[in-house]
Design a protein around this ligand. Structure first.
Ligand SMILES: [Zn+2]
Length: 404
């Protein structure tokens, strides 16, 4: 059904582009390495029978017509990386999609729907601190203001696009219309599939991050002369709240919450902390549940602040809505997983993906592949050839079913 050897060779060949001596891959948008990677993908697309072009932001699109006049099925992922990234995050989804199209052609299977395989421009956001540039453009939500975002050298996205010579059409030309659905294979980047002993999984949705900033203010006083019962120690208050974040979140099955950043002021050995600032990242594919976790945490923080005469200030940094995968596509993916004799596991994605951008546009589905030890965004990222083959088979079967 799938030419696994060819697929593995493509993964190996692509992983050499932008690879540093430590094995980490540095492939950022609108750079020579990323251009070379796109040129390699172009060749694979052409061998698979696809017609290749770049849109106005530089998405690489391989197209084939259908036997009937029907809406287009989109497949794809991204080929850019984080600094010192792995060889599978993104790249796998693009290469598996091309392999499935190539295999279908070799087996003389003609799809009723037209198909486009896309290598999306800049999913990771490494260069401009603003990701999913390509998928936003295809969804029609990328604005000319977004294009003014700059990298560390002061180069804007607009200038980077001009340097790489993509066509000068308006942004709106990148928007794709008349799309039936979008389907993506991606490594899990977590340990759920591994701990369940399965190679592939059906994704139920993509959890949207809610980022909050907490500031707790007390009194910075002398650590030696202030008795314990007269203190307004902001760090003790913060510790109690942070410990409760874990307890609260554990009460909800699919929620996760993380305090990843903590600033203590004045941060001296002999000074009582007068001010503490920290962030909380809360995610869930169930928006109501995420909001409930948020409410519980803030309510607890207010109680602690009152008890300890501390001032609490909470700011919202970003609130991204969760996205649900289409039920029909999920059922097709689950059926396909059963057909290759694998146990069916459904799981949400905690990480963001290009598919999120299509929320308002067309139905989406995602197939996850097992990541060894859950590691990703790291040169140690690993997915076995057997697992990759299974993911390609599931995509193959799902595509054929969804085409009918
Ligand atoms: Zn990715």
């Amino acid at each position: 059904m799938i030419n696994t050897q060819r697929l593995s060779e493509h993964i190996e060949e692509l992983s050499l582009i932008g690879r540093a001596t430590d094995g980490g891959i540095n492939r950022f948008s609108y750079t020579d390495d990323e251009k070379r990677a796109n040129e390699l993908i172009e060749q694979y697309m052409k061998s698979a029978g696809l017609t290749v072009h770049y849109d106005t932001v530089g998405n690489l699109i391989g197209s084939q017509g259908g036997t009937e006049n029907l809406p287009t099925i989109l497949l794809g992922s991204h080929i850019d990386t984080v600094p010192s990234g792995g060889r599978f995050d993104g790249s796998l989804g693009v290469l598996v999609a091309i392999e499935v199209i190539h295999s279908l052609k070799e087996q003389g299977i003609n799809l009723r729907h037209p198909v486009k395989v896309i290598a999306f421009k800049d999913e990771e956001g490494t260069r401009f601190g603003f990701g999913m540039i390509g998928s936003r453009a295809i969804a029609g939500t990328l604005s000319t203001i977004d294009l003014q975002r700059m990298d560390e050298d002061g180069v804007t996205i607009e200038q980077a696009i001009a340097m790489y010579g993509f066509d000068k059409k308006p942004l709106s030309s990148a928007k794709l219309e008349d799309i039936k659905l979008y389907l993506e294979v991606h490594i899990e980047q977590g340990k759920v599939l591994e701990s369940n002993g399965v190679a592939v999984g059906n994704v139920t949705g993509i959890a949207g991050p809610l980022w909050l900033k907490f500031q707790l203010t007390g009194l910075a006083e002398h650590a030696g002369t202030t008795p314990m019962n007269q203190r307004q120690d902001a760090l003790v208050g913060a510790s109690l709240i942070i410990a409760e974040v874990e307890k609260i979140t554990k009460q909800y099955d699919s929620s996760v919450a993380t305090v990843g950043k903590l600033i203590v002021k004045p941060n001296g050995v002999n000074v009582i902390p007068g001010e503490v600032e920290w962030t909380i990242d809360i995610r869930d594919i169930d928006e109501n549940q995420r909001n409930q976790v948020e409410r519980d945490i803030i309510q607890f923080a207010e109680t602690i602040a009152n008890e300890r005469q501390l001032q609490l200030h909470v700011t919202e940094l970003q609130r991204v809505d969760p996205v649900h995968c289409d039920i029909n596509i999920q059922n097709v993916i689950k059926e396909s997983i059963q057909e290759i004799d694998e146990t069916v596991i459904s799981l949400p994605s905690g990480a963001g993906h290009d598919a999120m951008q299509f929320k308002e546009c067309f139905p989406i589905g995602m197939i996850f592949v097992r990541s060894k030890d859950g590691i990703s965004h790291n040169p140690k990222e690993f997915t076995s050839e057997e697992d990759i083959e299974k993911s390609a088979k599931v995509l193959f079967k799902s595509l054929v079913k969804l085409d009918n």
